[in-house]
Design a protein. Structure first.
Lengths: 205, 247, 479
């Protein structure tokens, strides 16, 4: 695979997909519908809007970003819980190196009438070089009271205790770094992207 | 017997606080050496300094392992030279499978020793023998390192890693804290099986739980960053009977 | 609607207990804002030329700025020409409490803040600000024996001009933002604190702000300087009478925390929040910021229960190495209140650490936003931030929003943020009520539990009062 910004739609029951341009996506998920989509961003911006418009609609958005050189990416993901009992999960993980910068903005919006919704978002970013930057703005916009909503975001370097643990087992620093970096994305991305990811890791880790 | 580990006048600090204040210790090859001392005496710092944890700074003194200067080596070089630390609080590695982790570690050691890497089949055989002996299930081998395991299971896994890597010098840092009798037996059994004329153990503890399963050759009492007394196994009884205050 | 739910709604509607008005003759500046009004204020305060220049510079700059409208919520436009920028119950600044209008003294007694030292709260020195002027400062002489300067800002301008000149605008320049710029032009009074090198202030210092006059704005300015290795704990309280029109409060707090010094700044903000239908109430638009040097620490604790609109982000500029910043906040909104509050932690120095814990409670038709910024600059080696923001919703007509911004430009720095939004569960409410508590008590108990870790940060003298305040503020919210 040569595309450096691949995506994969795993599930789209009751989903209307609009893709006005390469970088923008609108997903409208109807009653009992289900959306699951994965994005991997290496050079391009991404703008995703998921509108959960029918009762009990659900979505899962996985997004990984891997940036190097002086790439500068904006990643915006918004999930709008338009109807009651809708659920959403977003997992965003990324690694920045060289002089690249990522600005991630994630919004979960639950309007007044949308009771019993569940919205979750997790973001983690790793910074590998002194001139790389991450800006994260996770937002919760909640107007209904009977909901469960959470977001978590963490940005930082590789965990020094994990590095030490691996080294005490005889694994050299470079290799330890590689192990932690590839486990960082874990199984967030599908097998289809693994060659692309592996190539990036080999060149940048 | 020749000295495997020799520590001379070791001073170390974390932040601005000096914790080791001129510590001397000799451990011979084949020796099981218990380090006992009250909480906060610097026992865990000693294990961190020997293995090269980056938060600890050595300000003075020497640590020789097989006659080589350990302090000049990176943590992985020390590991490959034969030093193993069983952590008091094993670190979680989400997403890193235990089997993959051990294979990487084992082959790093083999490379260091100039041997060829073990292939997948040989490795599985090698691992399964040891896993079975220590009651590590297949399911546990597939899970990420230390994630979602109970305290007892984590200590069992540390013992298992020790059996896998066959180090010459094993440091057991407070392995007995918070362990029930069954888990203590597993750790004790692991040590007993591996104990031989060449391999040495340093067992760090503040009471005698683990020492009921592993009889030490020597016991040192540590207080306020130095070793204040070294004697035979009879010292354990003395500590249990009258505590550390008399030392 | 379920029984417990309707009980819950009923609880949140109680009257504002500090809403009375003091009838006193008040001297005003001419209504509206122009250079003459600024000269009038400066003259009233008998200010030196350099300060008038500072005000005029700010005013001229302010005229080039536009009012910001980026925060969550909406409000009637502010008519800056329909406000009195100076109002005082005295023609001249009172030299002692004997010169203070007795009605004003009664006001403070009614609010539970006696100003006569023999009756004063032990262990707490108070500077009382009534509209645009300071009424008096207790324990001033005793503090002075230790070299601690605690007085009104106006007094400091005359007594300690060098200190004021050096630090005024050093943390919040007049160009900073629209409301800070307005304040710099028209600021009336506030408190001044200087703690000398190595001195630990032996008592709580506190300011008590009261807006009384009609259509008057309050523009206080507080300056705290903690010299090397000193420490001080400061608390401000605020109330205003119940009025139909909105009142403007645009304050500045500047804090300088020098090497190895330690400042704790606590706020209990209970300005008039407006009535049940959202009429009246104070617009609380405040700029608070501290500059924190090597190994120094600044800790903000705030309990925000009042005001129709709150717009406030107490911040720390962690300039020195190992500097520590903390922000602990409870923001409670009911009826039609709108709060947009949070903090900024700007990490510049090495090994700087910051902690943010924010608890937002929304009831009625209110809207409650946490907005924050954590910035790791390229020089912030090994800097660490941990943030936790929790929101609790009571009723289905309010909103809770969490907007943290995390900027990391150093590869050794870490930022961790977690946020949750939830409601009081029916099980919790039922369980508590089954043990014999009324819905109101149950909600009060659960909300106080939710805020517990923040309440524990308040000076002991105020923690209990504040717990009660939260109970009162929640009355009628249950639903």
């Amino acid at each position: 695979m040569t595309n450096s910004n691949p995506f994969l739609i795993h599930a789209q029951d009751q989903v209307v997909v609009k893709n006005p341009d390469e970088k923008s996506w609108v997903f409208e998920v109807g009653k009992n519908g289900n959306l699951w989509v994965d994005f991997l961003q290496m050079t391009d911006d991404l703008d995703v809007l998921v509108s959960l418009q029918g009762e009990a609609a659900k979505c899962k958005i996985n997004c990984a970003y891997l940036t190097n050189k002086n790439n500068n990416l904006n990643i915006n993901i918004k999930v709008l819980h338009k109807h009651k009992k809708t659920t959403s999960e977003q997992y965003i993980r990324g690694i920045v190196t060289d002089e690249s910068a990522v600005s991630f903005k994630g919004i979960i919006e639950i309007p007044k009438s949308s009771q019993k919704c569940d919205g979750r978002q997790h973001h983690r970013g790793l910074i590998l070089s002194p001139k790389a930057k991450i800006e994260a703005t996770p937002q919760l916009e909640i107007w209904a009271d009977d909901v469960i909503c959470s977001h978590g975001s963490a940005v930082g370097p590789l965990d020094q205790n994990q590095m030490f643990y691996l080294q005490t087992r005889g694994i050299p620093e470079n290799e330890a770094r590689k192990i932690l970096l590839s486990s960082f994305l874990g199984d967030l991305m599908p097998d289809e992207f693994s060659d692309t990811i592996q190539k990036w890791m080999d060149e940048n880790a | 017997m020749a000295a495997l580990l020799e520590i001379k006048n070791l001073h170390a600090k974390v932040g601005n606080k000096e914790i080791l204040k001129g510590l001397n210790l000799v451990i011979e090859a084949g020796e099981v050496h218990a380090i006992m001392g009250p909480n906060g005496c610097g026992k865990s710092t000693l294990s961190a300094v020997i293995t090269g944890h980056p938060s600890y700074v050595v300000t003075e003194g020497k640590v020789l392992f097989k006659g080589k200067d350990l302090l000049k080596m990176t943590p992985d070089e020390r590991a490959n030279a034969g030093v193993f630390l069983a952590f008091q609080h094993p670190i979680e590695l989400p997403g890193v499978g235990l089997a993959q982790f051990l294979k990487t570690a084992l082959n790093a050691k083999r490379k260091f020793e100039g041997k060829e890497s073990m292939d997948a089949v040989a490795f599985m055989k090698y691992m399964n023998v040891r896993a079975t002996a220590l009651g590590i299930s297949n399911e546990m081998l597939k899970r990420p390192v230390n994630v979602g395991f109970s305290g007892g299971e984590k200590k069992r896994l540390e013992t298992f890693q020790m059996a896998m890597l066959e180090p010459d010098f094993c440091i057991l840092d407070e392995m007995d804290s918070g362990l029930d009798v069954d888990a203590l037996k597993v750790v004790g059994q692991g040590v007993s099986v591996m104990r031989d004329a060449k391999r040495s153990f340093m067992i760090i503890t503040h009471h005698d739980d683990l020492l009921q399963y592993v009889k030490p050759d020597k016991v040192s009492i540590m207080r306020d960053g130095v070793i204040i007394k070294t004697a035979g196994a009879e010292l354990v009884k003395e500590v249990e009977a009258s505590g550390y205050d008399k030392f | 609607m379920k029984k417990e739910q309707s009980d819950l709604l009923e609880v949140v509607n109680s009257p504002y207990k500090e809403g009375f008005e003091t009838v006193v003759q008040t001297e005003y500046a001419p209504k509206g804002l122009n250079e003459d009004v600024i000269r009038f204020i400066s003259k009233k305060k008998d200010e030196p030329d350099w300060l008038l220049d500072f005000r005029l510079k700010a005013f001229r700059h302010w005229q080039t700025m536009t009012e910001p409208h980026w925060f969550h919520g909406h409000y009637d436009p502010i008519d800056y020409q329909n406000i009195y920028y100076y109002s005082s119950p005295h023609k001249k600044a009172p030299k002692s409490l004997d010169e203070v209008n007795p009605e004003v003294l009664k006001t403070y007694e009614k609010l539970g803040i006696p100003l006569k030292e023999q009756e004063a709260l032990t262990g707490v020195a108070v500077d009382a600000i009534f509209d645009s002027t300071s009424i008096g400062t207790t324990y001033k002489e005793e503090l002075k024996k230790r070299g601690i300067l605690f007085c009104s800002f106006s007094e400091a301008v005359h007594e300690y001009p060098e200190l004021v000149k050096e630090y005024l605008g050093s943390v919040v320049p007049y160009t900073d933002n629209f409301f800070a710029c307005l304040n710099s032009a028209v600021f009336s009074d506030g408190s001044f604190v200087y703690v000398p090198k190595g001195v630990q202030c032996p008592m709580e210092l506190s300011s008590y702000f009261r807006i009384n006059a009609r259509q008057a704005g309050q523009f206080e300015r507080t300056l705290i300087i903690a010299d090397e290795e000193s420490s001080v704990s400061y608390l401000e309280g605020c109330t205003a009478p119940q009025r139909d029109e909105n009142q403007l409060h645009a304050a500045i707090v500047e804090i300088v925390v020098k090497d190895r010094a330690n400042v704790k700044y606590s706020t209990v903000q209970n300005w008039y929040p407006g009535d049940k239908n959202g009429k009246g109430g104070v617009y609380n638009l405040v700029t608070k910021r501290g500059l924190v040097m090597n190994d120094a620490k600044l800790s903000w604790t705030q309990v925000e229960t009042g005001s129709a609109i709150t717009w406030k982000y107490p911040s720390c500029i962690l300039k020195g190495d190992n500097a520590v910043g903390e922000f602990y906040s409870v923001a409670l909104t009911n009826n039609h209140q709108q709060a947009d509050t949070g903090t900024k932690m700007i990490h510049l120095g090495k090994n700087t650490t910051s902690t943010i814990i924010s608890k937002g409670i929304s009831a009625g038709f209110s809207s409650n936003t946490y907005r924050g910024l954590v910035k790791m600059s390229p020089g912030a080696e090994n800097a660490k931030n941990v943030s936790k923001c929790d929101s609790l919703l009571i009723g289905d007509r309010c909103g809770a929003h969490t907007i943290p911004v995390m900027q990391c430009a150093n590869e050794t720095a870490t930022i961790e943020h977690e946020a949750t939004t939830s409601k009081i569960s029916e099980e919790q409410l039922f369980y508590t009520m089954q043990r014999g508590l009324s819905a109101e008590e149950a909600v009060g108990l659960i909300v106080n539990g939710f805020c517990r870790e923040i309440m524990q940060k308040l000076p002991l003298e105020f923690a209990i009062e504040t717990q009660k305040l939260i109970g009162i503020q929640l009355e009628g919210s249950v639903g």
